[in-house]
Design a protein around this ligand. Sequence first.
Ligand code: NCD
Length: 308
Amino acid sequence: MLRNIIDITDLTVEEIDQLIATAEDILANPAKYQDACAHKQLATLFFEPSTRTRLSFESAMLALGGSVLGFSEAASSSTAKGETVGDTVHTVSCYADIIAMRHPKEGAPYAAAQFSEVPIINAGDGGHNHPTQTLTDLLTIHREKGRLDNFTIGFCGDLKFGRTVHSLVNALSRYENIRFVLISPAELKLPRYVKEEALKKRGIPYEQTESLEEVMPKLDILYMTRVQKERFFNEEDYLRLKDSYILTPEKLAEAKPDLSILHPLPRVNEISVAVDKDPRAAYWKQVKNGKFIRMALILKLLNIPTFS
Ligand code: NCD
């Protein structure tokens, strides 16, 4: 059966745990997997800018012995001539075995999947979802903490437009005893539909605050995010809100010694470079993990047996 990953809940918790186990096995024994996708092709269709997501997908497929094709901006595809996303994806599905697609419009990968003959992976749709960043985040939390339950996580920054936040809240709401602390300016709060679907429906308590300092001592994980400039309707609002939170070594003085600091990246200025040296900074490890969990996902969607 054709499987698409449009939303993180397209995967069960058991499947996510299995993907993490596969990623761990690939990390430990990369040579075992080096020809697993021989003669298979991944297409990356990026209608929006990307560094990590696109290149980690490509690097993942190359490390599995497969090959890659695609485009990294809409302007270099037939979109510029007026072709619909559905026709573009239908075309590419005639050439590739699997497609990773990023698009500025919410829901575009879901719509495109109706025209595809091969699995579609949502690599980010507007301010909506980003399920493979969530897999990256979950692998990172698992590696840092040794578990995916029983912790307090603070999400800080642009919780309104941050699609990585929406998908990660959704994913973690299915694990036991996660305490959610939502830290943002009033204008950038987590959207009501995410709170309803992920938290309220499941009866999961959460706390909302504007002060990072106040909640810092109780956090086990701090998930920092960039204010999503490209999603604002006017520049004035962006300029007013862009410096709402800047994490510095001084602000970490009150944090737990075993805090893990995550960020999907790219960062603008919300984490000072001085924090990179702090052993609690896990965001560069997170970048690396993104490749291995995407390797595991490609194997799963192509129905290629793994060894874990
Ligand atoms: C994120 C995204 O594209 O949503 N980046 C990523 O994929 N690692 C976060 C962001 O752009 O701020």
